[in-house]
Design a protein around this ligand. Structure first.
Ligand SMILES: [Zn+2]
Length: 224
């Protein structure tokens, strides 16, 4: 029996700035030497500028401005966000589940890119548990209310008492928008639902502890 090779999904918004990247499907393997942080559902941002490695190691966003150095995050329902500067010379991989969105991992990553002098950004959202399949309870909504305010209501649809369907993508796009990334520079072409597509993705919601993780990577271009 033959099986086709695992694939990565790309986003046209990142292709326009020519950064190599991929949102992983099940079993897809990132380029050798790809760095990733120890993810903890927080808002710490790690940076790679060459030298001895990632600092800090525990983080949910990782920046690189070394052309040979790809960076990645892994997910199994959370939202992966890949960011690149307009010249392709700097990139970030961000892990943004509801906890990361609540504690501001996306604005933290954008601020770190800005500190390095990169303010004209492109960003793409990858596969995650979409609104069709993602129900949360009141404590989750309360955690998101502070950072998102009225925008949260737009991302919520009532289900059963004490619960609601939540559109993580809408919140991630809102956070990118607030970070100054305009709508045509924010992509979601690869944002398929991990729960709805068992043939392509692992999903924590669907498989629990049996779920594997997909890897999502991005690398600066050589001659930025
Ligand atoms: Zn779904």
């Amino acid at each position: 029996m033959t099986r086709s090779a695992p694939q990565f999904l790309c986003d046209p918004v990142l292709e326009t700035v020519q950064v190599e990247h991929g949102f992983g499907t099940r079993g897809a393997v990132a380029p050798g030497g790809t760095l990733r942080p120890n993810q903890v559902h927080g808002n710490a941002v790690a940076r790679f500028e060459g030298g001895s490695g990632v600092d800090p190691l525990e983080a949910d966003a990782l920046l690189s401005r070394i052309p040979t150095q790809s960076v990645a995050v892994v997910t199994a329902d959370c939202v992966p966000v890949l960011v690149a500067s307009a010249d392709g010379g700097c990139v970030a991989a961000v892990h943004a589940g509801w906890r990361g969105l609540a504690c501001g991992v996306i604005p933290a990553a954008i601020a770190a890119l800005s500190e390095w002098g990169f303010t004209d950004l492109r960003a793409a959202i990858g596969p995650h548990a979409r609104a069709c399949c993602y129900e949360v309870d009141t404590p989750v909504l309360e955690a998101l209310e502070g950072p998102f305010g009225p925008a949260l209501a737009e991302a919520v649809r009532p289900t059963r008492p004490g619960h609601a369907g939540l559109d993580l993508q809408r919140l991630a796009l809102e956070a990118l928008s607030r970070g100054g990334i305009r709508s045509d520079h924010r992509g979601s072409a690869a944002a398929m639902c991990t729960v709805c597509h068992p043939e392509l993705f692992d999903s924590f919601r669907r498989q629990g502890d049996q779920a594997g993780r997909m890897i999502h990577w991005v690398r600066p271009i050589r001659d930025a």
